[in-house]
Structure formats: C-alpha cells, structure tokens
Design a protein around this ligand. Sequence first.
Ligand code: SF4
Length: 311
Amino acid sequence: MRLLWIQAGACGGDTLSLLCADNPPLEQLIDEGLELLWHPSLSTDSPHRLRQIIAGIAAAQISLDILCIEGSLITAPRNTGLWDPLGDRSKKEVIAELAEAAAYVLAIGTCAAHGGIHAAPPNPADCTGMQFDKITPGGLLPAHWRSRSSLPVINLTGCPTHPNIISKVLAFLLRGLPIDLDPWQRPTAFFATTVHQGCTRNEYHEYDIEDVDLGGQGCLFFNLGCQGPLTLAPCNQELWNSRNSKTRAGVPCFGCTSPDFPRNDDLFRTEKIGHIPLRLPLGVQRAHYIAYKDLAQEAAPERLIHRKMEP
Ligand code: SF4
C-alpha cells in the first residue's frame, strides 16, 4: 500500500511518535509492503519530486492508498490558506485534492483531527481540523465527506498520537482488517477505555488520597488537574516506549485525545465546586460522587494515607 504523509500546521511531534512505534515498528510495516511515497522527515527526495508525486496522484497516474495528515489545517488569510503554501498553492487546497484520491485518510494527532493547540483562542492562523472544527462537525472537509473506501477521515487523536496507535492502524489497513469508529471517528480498538484504567495511582484514587503538589505518590485528579478518568486513550494499558505514561511519571493527564483539547484553563489545577471537581469521571453523577468521596476517605487504609506504597 502506498502512503503519503503531509505536514500542515504541525510541531512534528506525531512524526517523532511514529518513529518511536515498537508494536509494530515502522520498519516491520515497510517489510510487510507499506511504501512511503513521501514523508517530510524520512524522504530524501527533493520538494520538486513531492510536487511531481502530487501531480501524478491528481492525474490518476499514481495510486494513493493512505493519506496521513499531521498538524492543523491553516486557512488564513481570508480562507486562502496561503500562510501555509506548498509550491504556489495552499497546502489546504492540495490536501483536499489528495483526500479525494486516497482510499483512507488518517488525521494524525488532535491538531489534524480537531484543530488542537493551533486552533485554541485567538486562533490567529484560522486553523481547523480535517473533518471537525474543534467539536463542531465539518472542518477542511464537510461532515458528510467519505473517502474512496467509504470511510470518513479516521481520527488518531493525541498530542502527539500514541506511537503504537499510528503503527497498529497502518497494520490494520495493510492486512485488510476492518476499523470500527466511535462518534468522533476514532478507532474503537484504541479509544474505548480511559487513561485512568491501568494507572498505578488507581488505589489512591479509589480512597480519595490526593496529592496537592507534584512529585508525590497519590492521585492527581482532585487537585492537580488529571483528566485520566475523562479521557479515552490507551496510555496506561499500552505504555509509551513500552515503559511509561504521563501519570506513571507523575504528570497529570491533560486529556490530549479529547476533541476540545486544549482546555481553556490551568492544565495543572482541578477546577472545583466546593471540594468536588467540576469535571467528574465519565458517566458519574454528581450526587453519587459526593456520597462516594466522603465514604472513600473514611475507608482509606493507613498504608495509603501515609504514602507508604511505591507508586
Ligand atoms: S492520577 Fe489520573 S489516571 Fe491516575 S488514578 Fe489518578 S485520576 Fe486516574
């Protein structure tokens, strides 16, 4: 299968993530038949050659199986997109044309899927996502758009996307396996459970043992802004670099796979009403949570209260 990777308004983080994939690694996918037509960091061909490839795809002389877009779609100034050109055209125009030719279109990262950090207020470059504008359906492509394979844009959200989500989705496509999508067009195989599941701080969360400062062993939900119980991603089940996750390293989950990322508030502080977090774990009712929190504190064992466990 032939893959073309285009970077729009991006920091390059998803490319670095791709290079860290280890299950399966990119080299294995290439051995299995993935052909990189072009990748901005891996190809040694000149930009002139890229323009030839794009022209060949547009003229139906080169078939395109997988189009990967990394980064927000820049539409400024005045919806021309010319702040981000590719040759003498806007990149957004080229990407929309390539999407029509591709069997599968992957938005790699929350920026490509929803606009992400670049689209945060005041959004000076008028950034948007491939098929969503933050949480609103319709981005560069309209909400009803479908690729040659009858699928919408497949959103692999994250800031950056988890390395093995990228490589596994590519492996699914290479092997002809079906991909089920959730309402945000993310593969359910990777976005059906929360970051909270598998976190080593779960026991502290259970008994409402909270850290107030970074560097401790307790849960980071109640004071330090952790979004793990609200965020769908496999970060604590499939570890990054087979080794770690943000919460295991003591950093709160920022909810970077969520369509509304980044939240317009302090990422290291939990907004509360009284002593109860404003944003509760997915599906939990406030009245039930208030009752649970007080009971949990009463039931907390000494060994956790005095942080005698290793995180
Ligand atoms: S630190 Fe975050 S992910 Fe870990 S247990 Fe607490 S709320 Fe859940």
